[in-house]
Design a protein around this ligand. Structure first.
Ligand SMILES: [Zn+2]
Length: 208
């Protein structure tokens, strides 16, 4: 069972590495509301940190929205929470699909390529192993994919395609949230597997 971290480890103090964007969505700096997945009542849904369940649950990744969410014409019922009263109420919301290609952010080796949509709450996912310029290992995670294009042990350059955005997860609740707010769940870990703030990582290390 993965450890339940409730804070980010500090980013290492290294010069920018020139990372690639994890998806075609490059709105992080200019239009962050189009970069992060959000729900109708939680604009912070896709951001990392204490953004879930009215600030009660730590989100160790960031959720990157598709460039063009595809409307399906269908709806799903989700339970929203009124953060002032703590009351939950059902709401019928439109369902979208995300179909964006997913890219490896930095040169590395495929540590895990799990093409099993129900294996965990991450669904089908890929973990990449990388090295900072000083040789220390770090990892990146790409979750909820619909399709995986790489296999374990494969060496990838920055910007190479890993797979396709999807809505896979073992958790039915997560699948419903993914259907109203489709996204790539992206994490960065240090050599011990402790999460780093993925947005701070992108802001610091993206090639610009
Ligand atoms: Zn997430």
């Amino acid at each position: 069972m993965a450890q339940r971290y409730t804070e980010f480890a500090p980013l290492p103090d290294v010069a920018p590495i020139g990372a690639a964007w994890p998806t075609p969505n490059q709105n992080l700096f200019d239009a962050p509301d189009r970069f992060f997945a959000h729900t109708r009542v939680n604009p912070d849904y896709g951001r990392p940190g204490w953004t879930r369940n009215c600030g009660a649950r730590f989100h160790r990744g960031c959720d990157i929205a598709p460039v063009q969410p595809i409307p399906t014409g269908q709806t799903a019922v989700v339970e929203f929470t009124n953060c002032e009263t703590g009351e939950e109420y059902p709401s019928e919301e439109p369902v979208f699909l995300g179909n964006d290609p997913i890219f490896n952010v930095y040169a590395g080796v495929v540590e895990e390529a799990i093409a099993n949509p129900r294996i965990s709450d991450l669904g089908s996912h890929v973990v990449m192993r990388h090295r900072w310029p000083d040789g220390t290992t770090f990892y990146t995670l790409y979750a909820h994919l619909s399709e995986i294009a790489v296999s374990k042990g494969q060496r990838l350059a920055a910007g190479e395609r890993i797979g396709t955005m999807g809505d896979t997860s073992r958790s039915e609740g997560a699948r419903i949230w993914l259907s109203i707010a489709p996204h790539l769940h992206f994490e960065v870990w240090n050599h011990e597997g402790q999460p780093l703030d993925p947005v701070a990582f992108l802001e610091t290390h993206l090639a610009r």
